[in-house]
Design a protein around this ligand. Structure first.
Ligand code: ACM
Length: 488
């Protein structure tokens, strides 16, 4: 079976195979594809279990895997991430208009590798195919909460590897919450110093230094994954009020919080310390990020008047714009004045009144879809599942797969949908195995919702392709949940 996940736009299987155990090498067409060629060689070597080097010279390999940038408009589709992959017995040709498209072609090629250990295979090979492919949505993300429990650079690099494998292109980091402050803020060094050594249940915590954040962004950029950093205000803010008593009306710093309740902490707009704090931490974050976006949070401020909340959202949008970045915020911002270009991240499917989202879209905002009952991958698979929560519902693999983005917010124009983002909150997740067992296989389902044209999706076919992917997860020692919905 030829299995690609997420399902491509078109796939045709030809005759013959391309053998990977001969004189094979990745051939970069030019210096602009040299970096992606290095990564391709490493990924293919791992997939094949046999060395696949980068060719010393274009003519050096008898069996070339050629990476070619073809900037002619429309050559391989209208998306900058589109690609064509052609495999024959003589060679492999990947074409795209951008290096990102070429890496997608390489990830597809890796999934097509049939190892020599496969029953019936005498050599490591790739079947002859032609794949034309392009994404449905430009924003295909995963949000990871590193505040409730801290996950550092090695763990997040492992997450980025999985994002890249399934053609996801945004890593959103929820960097602050009641339990900890996880990013160095140079103008406020006390935050990481005094509020990072705690986490849910009292664990040791941790934070990303600016050097860590640099390393993470570079690793992500090599894989064409954009990092969207979030500082969550004006609620979910105990890690800051624990450091600065002046952010509290009574002037007293709050206690460390290691529980999992939400909605109890908040900033106060009219205190003199509040605006300088917001200016400092958001300017620092805007400066640290390579990306276009800064996420300002805005969720679950349960005890604040609408007017004060609106003033916060106004000020934070202004600060982020002044720093030259665009804003993302959780859906609650739709109850304030949403500026054109702001991305509103929908999450709470219990809110039935969709008018604020439609109005935000009318004003030029776009909607990023993270419906909790589909895309919150910390929800339990079943009531008996040992990890996770269930306030947004039980989310089995099929729930993550069988949904249509255009139906999430009735009445929303398709052009106003920015994309699809899964999220994993970490109240109950402390290890990388915990994290991955919640992500996989469901992240692959959300990836297919985000990438694949609606008429190319098929649940039974998807289940079979997930089983094929699990061969690689076992090879790589990656944890996943063996849901009974898949014939492993
Ligand atoms: C959220 O789940 N509070 C964004």
């Amino acid at each position: 079976m030829v299995s690609i996940l997420p399902q491509p736009l078109s796939l045709s299987v030809g005759d013959g195979v391309f053998r990977l155990d001969g004189d094979v090498a990745v051939v970069p067409e030019s210096t602009s594809t040299a970096e992606v060629a290095e990564l391709a060689a490493a990924l293919l070597t791992a997939a094949a279990g046999t060395p696949v080097p980068v060719a010393a010279a274009p003519s050096a390999a008898a069996s070339p895997i050629e990476l070619r940038l073809d900037t002619a408009e429309g050559a391989v589709g209208s998306s900058p991430e589109a690609y064509t992959l052609t495999v024959t017995s003589d060679g492999v040709l990947a074409t795209a208009t951008t290096p990102a498209g070429l890496l997608h072609a390489v990830q597809t090629l890796c999934q097509l590798v049939v190892p020599a250990s496969t029953p019936g295979a005498t050599d490591v090979h790739v079947p002859a195919v032609v794949v034309h492919d392009a994404p449905r949505f430009a924003w295909r993300g995963l949000s990871v909460d590193i505040a409730r429990n801290f996950f550092g650079v090695p763990e997040l690099m492992a997450v980025i590897d999985v994002l890249s494998a399934y053609k996801l292109n945004v890593l959103h980091l929820h960097l602050t919450d009641d339990q900890g402050w996880r990013i160095e803020s140079p103008s406020r060094p006390e935050l990481a110093k005094l509020s990072s050594d705690s986490e849910v249940g009292g664990g040791p915590g941790g934070y990303l230094s600016l050097a860590d954040f640099r390393a993470l962004q570079d690793y992500a950029a090599q894989r064409f994954v954009r990092v969207v950093p979030e500082i969550d205000v004006p609620g979910h803010i105990n890690a800051a009020t624990h450091v600065y008593g002046e952010l509290m009306p009574d002037g007293k710093p709050t206690d460390v919080y290691a529980g999992i309740e939400v909605g109890f902490s908040k900033l106060t707009y009219d205190l003199p310390a509040t605006e300088p704090f917001l200016r400092d931490v958001f300017s620092d974050l805007a400066h640290a990020t390579d990306g276009e976006y800064v996420h300002i949070g805005g969720d679950e401020v349960l005890t604040m008047e609408a007017d004060e909340f609106a003033r916060f959202m106004d000020l934070c949008q202004q600060i982020v714009h002044d720093a030259g970045k665009k804003v993302v915020a959780w859906q609650e911002i739709a109850h304030a004045e949403v500026r054109p270009g702001t991305v509103v991240q929908f999450w709470d499917v219990h809110k039935k009144d969709v008018r604020p989202f439609l109005e935000a879209a009318e004003k030029g905002a776009t909607l990023l879809l993270s419906p909790g009952n589909r895309a919150y991958l910390d929800m339990k698979y079943t009531a008996e599942h040992p990890l996770g929560l269930e306030w947004a519902g039980l989310v089995e693999l099929r729930d993550s797969y069988d949904w249509e983005p255009e139906e999430v917010i009735p009445g929303l124009r398709a052009e106003a949908i920015e994309g699809v983002e899964a999220a994993v909150w970490t109240e109950t997740l402390t290890t990388l195995d915990d994290l991955f067992s919640m992500l996989l296989p469901r992240l692959a389902a959300v990836a297919e919702v985000a990438w694949t044209a609606a008429d190319r999706k098929d649940w039974d076919d998807f289940r079979a392709r997930v089983a094929a992917e699990a061969v690689r997860w076992r090879r790589d020692g990656v944890s996943y949940h063996p849901t009974p919905q898949v014939a492993w």
